[in-house]
Design a protein around this ligand. Structure first.
Ligand SMILES: O=P(O)(O)OC[C@H]1O[C@](O)(CO)[C@@H](O)[C@@H]1O
Length: 541
């Protein structure tokens, strides 16, 4: 470690922070304003008067890990009860902050958990067909009004009833805020109910019931995560030896100096998938008022997009020894290493700090509602009819440009993004069955040298979706949808999952085109053939 590196408690270190241009000045200003201690003290004035009311009720994450302790014995008991009933397959239904942390936790610790954060009927059908009689469904929604999650609950309820299973209510565990619509529904169903910490927003909720309940039921030792957070907490109030303060200062200062894309890359040292969780935290927290930091999850240290003139390269992983070379194969601006429980708290603290540095309120998400409203309107009135501009193989192309091939249409889109802008690939597909669609990201990034993000729809709507609409208006958007060959009704609702996902995609197209953003829609009439054709066309150039 050298003087640019800061090691805090719990073995969490941030290397490189002070070499990021502007970071030292930002850090010194934070110190002279006493921000670290004030944040630890939950001071709601740190983000200005306009953000104060929201901040007042959103700072519980600072020490929520302490209140979460009471969950440890309770969840051990519940797990015992469920396994005694033979319910050993845990399915988590939840969007954004209600499922991303358990995904990282279980992936990192090698524990099986089935996650439903989709409305793709094929993916949902596959989950419903998997060990149904042994399934316990964790329904996680802070607001208790998220359409995707409620639809999953309905689908499982009907599947359990159709299979003639007993004690159906007891096959559900509902996590929600006290008094939310889901609390009443859960009690009526006879579900197990775990009320969440209401003073913690979804994306800051890793160490609340949202992160811990599904993880514990799946078999994770959650006490260990809480211990790591508690140990790291000791570093948070200080002006020295505070890696989270350094991380926040560097993220904020980099964005102000033009490195406003953050490539998030695993260094391969034992933490899996933190990038997807941090992506939501950073994008939804900072992408507003025409400002923000764009997180770009990059597959490996050598994948396209890891470095660039407007990119802050950040690697993450488990604790590293003092002489270790960080980065896992790339030279990062910042390397964040340490145990997972400490990482969650460090990134949350750093994001709140970066929000202050760039001058936004890190606790609201003012532009998320728009696509949801468009979706509801489409579900009521139907999608406006449209004809493809042309069809190539298994791909229908909807473009306002003049291209006549898929490759040219993508090229046209990419060149329409502002210099220093980005391309967002948004795939409303089955993220297991259609996993190869993720290859589109590196293929476009390699061709263009631009920052390219990839998100599964509708999951990204609860993450980078906020940034797309609220952040700097410099994105170009590639939306990919796919044929539905085996649709599934949403029980008790006047639409199917296939109609819902189409309406979500259509609603987001309306939100983006309303902002006059470049948008290309590709519809796959045969999913696997279409993906293979698209990736091949892009790779060939
Ligand atoms: O937990 P809920 O209320 O279902 O919300 C899920 C996600 O949707 C959002 O509220 C908005 O997209 C996220 O901030 C949140 O994590």
């Amino acid at each position: 470690m050298n003087q640019l590196d800061i090691e805090g408690a719990a073995g969490l270190s941030v290397r490189g922070a002070r070499q990021v241009p502007g970071a030292t000045q930002a850090y010194d200003k934070l110190v002279s304003d006493g921000v670290a201690a004030k944040l630890l003290d939950k001071d709601p004035t740190l983000w200005g008067p306009a953000a104060e009311a929201e901040s007042k009720i959103r700072l519980g994450w600072v020490d929520t890990h302490r209140r979460s302790r009471e969950l440890v014995p309770r969840l051990a008991e519940l797990r015992k009860e469920l396994t005694a009933r033979g319910l050993d397959h845990v399915v988590l239904a939840g969007m954004g902050g209600s499922s991303l942390a358990p995904e990282v936790i279980t992936a990192t610790l090698g524990v099986a958990l089935t996650i439903l954060d989709t409305t793709d009927p094929h993916q949902i059908r596959r989950a419903l067909g998997d060990r149904l009689s042994r399934t316990v469904v964790v329904v996680a929604s802070k607001s208790g009004s998220t359409v995707e999650t409620d639809s999953h609950r309905r689908a499982y309820l009907t599947a359990f009833e159709d299979a003639g299973l007993d004690n159906i209510g007891g096959r559900f565990v509902v996590i929600t805020d006290p008094g939310s619509p889901f609390e009443g529904t859960a009690r009526e169903m006879g579900a197990h109910v775990v009320l969440a910490d209401p003073e913690v927003g979804g994306r800051y909720s890793a160490l609340t019931a949202f992160g811990l309940v599904p993880s514990a039921l799946a078999g994770v030792n959650i006490a260990e995560l809480l211990d790591q957070a508690e140990e790291f907490y000791a570093s948070l109030g200080g002006d020295t030896g505070n890696p989270a303060l350094a991380l926040g200062a560097a993220l904020g200062a980099a964005a102000l100096s033009g490195r406003d894309k953050v490539a998030l890359i695993s260094d391969g040292t034992g933490i899996t998938g933190l990038g997807d969780w941090a992506e939501q935290l950073i994008a939804e927290s900072t992408g507003k008022d025409g400002r923000g930091i764009l997180p770009v999850v990059v597959e490996t240290p050598t994948s396209p997009g890891a470095i660039g003139s407007d990119v802050l390269t950040v690697t993450y992983g488990g604790s590293l020894g003092p002489d270790a070379v960080p980065g896992g194969g790339v030279t990062p601006h910042l390397a964040v290493n340490g145990p997972l429980g400490a990482q969650f708290l460090a990134w949350e603290f750093a994001t709140a700090i970066a929000g202050r540095v760039i001058g936004i309120n890190p606790f609201d998400q003012p532009n998320v509602a728009e696509s949801k409203e468009n979706t509801n309107r489409i579900l009521e009135n139907g999608l406006p009819s449209s004809q493809p501009s042309f069809t190539e193989g298994a791909i229908e192309v909807y473009t306002s440009g003049s291209a006549t091939t898929v490759f040219d249409a993508v090229h046209e889109l990419v060149t329409a993004a502002e210099p220093g802008g980005y391309v967002a690939v948004m795939a409303y597909l089955d993220r297991i069955g259609d996993a190869a669609a993720a290859d589109v990201r590196p293929a476009i990034a390699a061709q263009t040298g631009r920052s390219v993000t990839f998100g599964w729809g509708p999951r990204f709507l609860h993450s980078t979706g906020q940034y797309h609409k609220g952040g700097p208006q410099e994105g170009a958007f590639l939306q990919i949808t796919g044929v539905v060959t085996d649709d599934l009704p949403v029980p008790g609702r006047p639409f199917t999952f296939g109609e819902l996902i189409a309406a979500q995609a259509g609603g987001d197209r309306q939100a983006l085109s309303g902002r006059h953003r470049p948008l290309l829609h590709l519809h796959l009439t045969d999913r696997s053939a279409g993906i293979a054709q698209l990736v091949k066309a892009l790779q060939k150039g």
